[in-house]
Design a protein around this ligand. Structure first.
Ligand SMILES: Cc1ncc(COP(=O)(O)O)c(C=O)c1O
Length: 430
């Protein structure tokens, strides 16, 4: 059932959940479950809101660049959509670079923030003439210089700062504490900058980068990081070094439950106070914010199992499809797709079919009663959903579908069971 609808994104119409103009029960019927469904209009809206907040805060004549952190969702159709809006790209592997180039990103809008860069990856990034390498370690800087030298190229580099700040909604997504593997101290950056300028012919240092974590809900958390960036910039400039680019990271949160989320205007205010006066090109690396609320994982209830300790809602989606609850204890709202007319509720342990007790999407969650065959949506699954999915338990990866108005496209075909094994072989001596 399609309809012409003024509403975009995920909404209810006559008791059925829609994405834009398309009913999710139709999508389930046609493409099966589990399936990831994304709304192009929500992605556009998120991009425009962030751009709007920054445009208000930043001086008109100074360009800034939002580089979408594609680890959040790296489907090439999503990348193309964001590229068409004017977005740049942040990559963390050679694979993500290849995806970005396939989606049409030019090198001059790509930043590499990968940790432990491989020589092949550095070579591919230099080949693509990317805008900037965010450097994680001295050995990495030496490698970039050496490879650029072999290729007769100059690499633009920025140094990732570790400001020793606790940021992020979970310790596994906090990346700016001194015990984390990421970034360099301010003192080390001074040393690296000096070495790069004085001893390395094939790198040009252009600035500093920082990313302190993900799902950061308080604008205040960013403030000490921005203060440190400003201090390091001033120290470097005092020593005669040029700083033209500052990458101030990502980490903007989305609503999963009913949490208070970052006030973007307050955030933009800190940028205005601490970064704008430095008169640099400003770069940002948002991932989750662009796509998180733009996607759901559509799933069917296989059956209800009652045990002496409770009621399990057994879904056809598992932790291999969406690992965030098992990995981070993350909350995803679970909504029925169709109003069944049932008025009773139960407290369910919502689980998948994977052989792990940790395959648990929600514990004791109060939901409208469901039956085998009912469809549910795991909401806000557009970021770190499919991109973290695996074949664990030899479960094929789900289909990915993009909806835009009344357009529906499969942007990643479902895997078949045979597909999982295509690269495996049995040695002749077995
Ligand atoms: C270096 C870097 N930049 C940007 C991001 C994107 O973070 P978020 O999705 O929270 O915006 C990440 C996430 O892990 C990251 O590691």
């Amino acid at each position: 059932m399609h309809m012409t609808n003024s509403k975009t994104g995920f909404h209810n119409h006559k008791g059925v959940m829609y994405v834009d103009d398309v009913s999710l029960s139709d999508i389930a019927r046609e493409y099966g479950t589990p399936s990831y469904v994304y709304s192009a209009s929500v992605i556009r809206e998120q991009y425009n809101v962030l751009e709007g907040a920054l445009a208000c805060a930043l001086p008109k004549k100074k360009k800034h660049l939002l580089c979408y952190a594609c680890k959040a969702n790296s489907n090439i159709a999503i990348l193309k959509l964001l590229r068409n809006l004017g977005c740049g790209l942040e990559i963390v592997s050679e694979g993500e670079l290849v995806r970005g180039l396939k989606a049409g990103f030019k090198g001059n809008k790509i930043i590499s923030t990968s940790f432990g860069k491989s020589s092949d990856e550095i070579r591919a990034c230099l080949e693509a003439d990317i805008l900037q390498f965010n450097v994680e370690a001295e050995a990495e800087l030496e490698m970039i210089n050496a490879i650029a030298g072999q290729m007769g190229k100059i690499a633009r580099v920025a140094f990732r700062l570790n400001p020793d700040i606790v940021g992020g909604g979970h310790s596994k997504i906090s990346t700016g504490r001194k015990e984390d593997k990421f970034g360099n101290t301010a003192a080390k950056i001074l040393v690296l900058y000096k070495r790069a300028v004085e001893e390395m012919e094939h790198v040009t240092p252009v600035g500093i980068s920082m990313h302190i974590g993900s799902q950061i809900s308080q604008a205040d958390t960013f403030r000490p990081g921005f203060e440190q960036i400003a201090e390091v910039t001033e120290d470097l400039r005092a020593q005669g070094f040029e700083i033209t680019h500052l990458d101030i990271g990502g980490g903007f949160p989305i609503v999963y439950d009913n949490e208070d989320i970052l006030d973007l205007d307050e955030y933009a205010g800190w940028v205005k106070d601490f970064i704008v006066p430095l008169d640099v090109h400003i770069q940002m690396e948002p991932g989750r914010y662009m796509v998180g609320n733009a996607g759901i994982l559509l799933s069917q209830v296989r059956y209800i199992k009652t045990t002496p300790s409770g009621k399990f809602m057994v879904l056809d989606a598992g932790m291999n499809d969406l690992v965030r609850p098992a990995m981070y204890g993350a909350y995803h709202e679970i909504r029925p797709i169709q109003n069944s007319g049932r008025t009773t509720t139960s407290n369910y342990d919502v689980v998948g079919p994977v052989c792990e007790s940790g395959d648990l999407f929600a514990k004791g969650r109060e939901c409208q009663d469901v039956e085998a065959g009912d469809l549910v949506a795991l909401m806000s699954a557009g970021a770190y959903g499919f991109s973290m999915a695996s074949n664990y338990n030899s479960r094929p990866l789900p289909v990915e579908i993009l909806v835009d108005g009344d357009n529906v496209a499969v942007i990643n075909k479902p895997q078949g069971i045979e597909d999982i094994m295509v690269r495996e072989s049995i040695p002749s001596w077995l």
